[in-house]
Design a protein around this ligand. Sequence first.
Ligand code: M6R
Length: 614
Amino acid sequence: MCGIVGYTGARSAVDPLIEGLRRLEYRGYDSAGIALGTPTSLFIEKRAGKLANLESALSPNIPTVHSGISHTRWATHGGPTDRNAHPHVDNEGKLAVIHNGIIENYSELKAELESRGHSFSSDTDTESVAHLLSDLRKEHGGDLTQAMRAAVKLLRGSFTLLAVHADDPERIVGVRRNSPLVAGIGDGENFLASDVAAFIDYTKRAIELGQDEIITITPSSIEIIDLAGKAVAPREYEITWDAAAAQKGGFTHFMLKEIFEQPKAVADTLIGRLSDNDQILIDELHMTDAEIAALKKIVVIACGTAYHAGMVAKYAIEKWAKISVEVEIASEYRYRDPIVDSSTLVVAISQSGETMDTLMAVRHAKAAGARVLAICNTNSSTIPRESDAVIYTHAGPEIAVASTKALLTQIVAVYLLGLKLAQVRKELSDLEVKSIYHQMLELPAQIEQILETVEPLRELTRKFATSDTVLFLGRNVGYPVALEGALKLKELAYIHAEGFAGGELKHGPIALIDSVKQTPVIAILPAGHENALDEKMLSNIQEVKARGARVIVIAQEGDAVVGAEHIIRIPSGPALLQPILATVPLQVFAYEMAVARGNDVDQPRNLAKSVTVE
Ligand code: M6R
């Protein structure tokens, strides 16, 4: 949603504060701002638009100071303008606040603060916190930490807040509720940020913060208290990935780099999951065999691309483990009356572990008595912390807003889960499980093979760059692949794209085929001949072709294809594993379309990587 950074130490603060924002720009890029703590006052600069605008505003007159806070925004309350950019200050201009999230009761607070003489200069919910903290700090004898503790009790909503005051600029105070905040421990310097990526260049030692915990950092100390004012022991952990992982490494875009990292990401997520006696190893599940045997239902909740991984889970788990699986968009889940109890396993899939819709669904499911398993890529993020168990995917940091490698690793994780459940419930023999696992071990090399031969696809894509609609067709596990292809194209190329189950075509969508515009249709040909699905898809291809569509088919090597203008071949393998391979050309297609149309690939318009509001 928004990215926030705090620094206090011996360096010129502007370096870690701006560099940190560069690493967090994936969280939002509507505006950026900085507050530097000079001994007598605060130096504030903020600009609408990307970080580059702030940087050019800063260069001529930047003071050398050693602490401050910085912010990159995804706008919620108030348009993306200079005046709505963070930091926001009190009326004396001495206290600055940055914020990620939403203050739900900001209008009540604002009315109350205005009646006490405060005047507001932005349309944001955040500014009310700056004025509130200013009053509370005075009431608490100038103690910003105690003022923050008092303020949090008055705030409703989700927030990470950082504040600094000109009278004590080395001290930075932060708090989090339903929104991420981590601390970085340096040598004579300390950091606060939405994500460790912001300070990974400076330290690998991090501290996770719990709900409603208030943290105060100075160059030489880190203190955490809870809402009752009691000291909290820091929960320190080591950051395992290195700084290079958060850089482009010679690729033109993070997205392209991340597409090419997929073989490794899939291999890392798969590694070590089969024991010498052919048992699937997922100790993190924390379930006994009896508990697994007693499961009656699985409910998968997720958003966006992660939801498509959930759809693949349905096909795999129902087929292998014979347990009924429901897949639900997380934002819809808690607003009906979902039927869950202790015999339900709820699986929450999220790359970031911070998606508010998914988090709220997790809380709802837990309150209803379900056991919750998170599948997540981000260590110590909120969703895994609030779940009963977590399977971490090993995709490494995903910086591009469009999710690629995270999806493939999520699909691997749901396959592993499906195999584990099937093995414990004796729906698959050890030999069958071993054979599927070994087929999965071939996936990294097969993805590699697709990526090695991707150049013709990139050329082909450019021919379609002026299309205004692209349709995707899939059947069975190819259906979520079609949905994912369409989502990627909308997100990156800003064109109308829709994914359909092939069988639905004749029930309405076929009317979208325009013979004059020769609407492009990308069809994912089902692997194998189970239920003759491949033949049914070949009929769909004929149907759209007869109405003027230009058809691109994604098909396994050796499978017969009739009626396609272009065929993109992927290595052959079991039908259920096909999404891992078939998704890759669609990612490349969307990437190339975005480049051809001159769009910002890594930071598409209007989006943010991590959506921490409902
Ligand atoms: O972090 P999450 O996996 O919970 O995020 C879910 C969606 O917001 C995310 O997958 C989104 O749809 C991507 N930008 C799609 O590429």
